[in-house]
Design a protein around this ligand. Structure first.
Ligand SMILES: Cc1cc2nc3c(=O)[nH]c(=O)nc-3n(C[C@H](O)[C@H](O)[C@H](O)COP(=O)(O)OP(=O)(O)OC[C@H]3O[C@@H](n4cnc5c(N)ncnc54)[C@H](O)[C@@H]3O)c2cc1C
Length: 301
């Protein structure tokens, strides 16, 4: 197979990059190793309203599930609330949003190949293109590309093939569960908790509706027992009271890039976008909208 642009990964960064390339009339192939877009979800689904104007499209209202007025910061008994402006956000249905983004890429003319895993690539000596090996079922497909965009997330295989070391020791980990039937103190506020239960990170309750929320703990301490941290967090009296009648219905845990694995975003004809390029906003590692914005920039480049 031949293409102008090979995009690795059909997450928000990859789909956004592919949509930009497709719209520019470039022959674009996106390979995604999962069989279904947006499944499983590894995200707490909170997006800052302040970034919406920077997206390369107008966000359909039905993807913004729940409006959040502000943030409450909680340390022991001390609490501090900020509302409006940069503190307001939305809860999204991440799976539906990812599916919408992939459809947008396809509508722009990109070819999306599912259950197709990028394995390796050989770059031309002049770095002006290359050939990638893609595994689909038992078959290895070779794809010749002029440009490759690595949008394959925090544990980027593309970055590894460029000679960079991708190690969990430099990542952040988060244990997150979606709970239903919770009794939230304030469904219009995201709650951020800081303490020993989240060493080098924070815990959160992000409402999805009046009685549903994503609840999790994230840390950059690679030696932390995160499952235990989560148990310690939900045992806090204030958290326990809100979870009283709630039950976890879906796990959404995963890995985020905290310390950049590389300072470079471009290696000759290979560009990186999204988590693969550590393009999330620290220290909260908000990465969904930045991935869309940076993917678009990579595609337009
Ligand atoms: C637990 C958790 C909670 C989070 N909560 C929030 C939040 O509330 N708000 C927020 O803004 N951000 C949040 N983030 C961060 C956000 O999810 C990421 O920043 C965002 O998904 C980055 O998008 P991406 O496209 O770069 O990477 P991903 O979304 O990781 O997409 C990468 C894609 O590449 C595919 N892929 C990987 N390797 C290969 C390969 N070799 N071949 C083919 N395909 C491959 C993957 O299957 C995946 O579909 C959270 C992250 C985690 C882990």
């Amino acid at each position: 197979m031949k293409c102008d642009v090979l995009v690795v990964g059909a997450g928000p960064a990859g789909c956004s990059a592919a949509a930009a390339c497709g719209a520019a009339g470039l022959k674009t192939i996106v390979v995604e190793r999962k069989p279904e877009i947006g499944v499983p979800i590894t995200c707490s689904g909170a997006i800052g309203s302040y970034l919406l104007p920077y997206l390369p499209f107008k966000t359909p209202k039905n993807l913004l599930k729940h409006s959040i007025e502000g943030l409450e910061f909680i340390v022991d008994e001390v609490s501090y609330v900020r509302r409006g402006g940069p503190w307001s956000s939305y809860a999204i249905d991440r799976s539906a949003f990812d599916k919408w983004l992939s459809q947008r890429a396809v509508d722009s003319g990109a070819d999306l190949i599912m259950s197709a895993e990028f394995i390796d690539a050989t770059l031309d000596k002049s770095w002006s293109g290359g050939r990638a090996q893609i595994r689909k079922k038992d078959e290895i497909i070779e794809v010749d590309f002029k440009v490759m965009i690595g949008a394959d997330g925090a544990r980027s295989r593309v970055l590894e093939t460029l000679g960079e070391r991708v190690s969990d020791a430099r990542m952040g980990q988060a244990v997150v569960y979606e709970y239903e039937g919770v009794t939230l103190e304030s469904p219009e506020l995201d709650q951020l908790y800081f303490g020993d239960f989240a060493p080098g990170g924070y815990a959160h309750i992000f409402p999805l509706s009046d009685n549903r929320a994503n609840i999790g703990v994230g840390t950059i301490a690679s030696d932390a027992d995160l499952r235990q941290c989560f148990q310690d967090f939900i045992a806090l009296p204030r958290v326990k009271a809100q979870l009283k009648d709630g039950r976890p219905v879906l796990e959404k845990s995963g890995t985020v890039s905290f310390e950049p694995l590389s300072r470079k975003r471009q290696y000759g004809s290979v560009l990186l976008a999204g988590e693969a390029a550590s393009q999330n906003i620290k220290p909260l590692v908000e990465g969904f909208l930045p991935a869309i914005i940076c993917g678009d920039v990579a595609g337009k480049t």
